[in-house]
Design a protein around this ligand. Structure first.
Ligand SMILES: [Zn+2]
Length: 203
């Protein structure tokens, strides 16, 4: 999804610097799970536009780019400061989101394919998936929404530089560009586990 929401001025004092460092440090320790929790990002108009990790949401709030709308019940502790971890944030400035032209990226392909290998239907964490060119690059396949799919490593090895049919493999579904409908659907799926997201997603 649009990753261009990090620019903008924000607080730069020692507090903010300390929290930035703490956010970075917490990412590495066992208490950092709360900082990996998904956070719903709303446009200034309250339209849901993205999902990001809590750590990134905190940085956006600290930079003054977004404000917390809902909290997830966890605290980030840094020195003598405690900061509530958000569950929903809202951008302070309206961003025009070109829904029909989402950035082609590994993250977005995995989101579109819901972290599911498109050949064997195994659901895996992002780190255990790779991207497969349906028509291999060596045979003229391009890096486009329609030619890239999430793929597990065993299927990727099996397929090699061949067309799926040549090795008896079949795609679960035709890969398509990521559109507004797809991303809204994904946000709803993710939001099922978080009551605080509901009022922004189910209307
Ligand atoms: Zn597979």
């Amino acid at each position: 999804m649009s990753g261009r929401i990090e620019n903008g001025a924000g607080p730069t004092g020692r507090h903010a610097a300390g929290l930035f460092a703490a956010a970075a440090a917490m990412n590495r320790d066992s208490n950092g799970n709360a900082l990996h929790a998904p956070v719903l990002v709303l446009n200034a108009s309250y339209e849901p536009i993205n999902v990001c990790a809590a750590r990134r949401a905190l940085v956006l709030v600290l930079k003054g780019v977004a404000m917390t709308e809902e909290e997830n019940g966890h605290f980030l502790h840094a020195a003598r400061i405690a900061m509530r971890v958000p569950s929903v944030i809202r951008l302070l400035e309206y961003r025009r989101i070109p829904h029909q032209s989402r950035a082609l990226s590994r993250k977005n392909i995995l989101l579109r394919d819901r972290n599911t290998c498109q050949y064997c239907a195994t659901v895996l964490p992002s780190g255990e998936l790779t991207l497969d060119h349906v028509i291999p690059r060596s045979r003229g396949g391009s890096s486009t929404w329609e030619n890239l799919v999430a793929c597990c490593h065993p299927c990727n090895r099996r397929k090699g530089n061949q067309f799926p049919l040549e090795v008896g493999m079949k795609l679960m579904r035709e890969p398509r560009a990521f559109n507004l409908h797809t991303s809204r659907h994904i946000m709803r799926l993710m939001g099922r586990s978080d009551d605080k997201w509901r009022k922004y997603l189910f209307y």
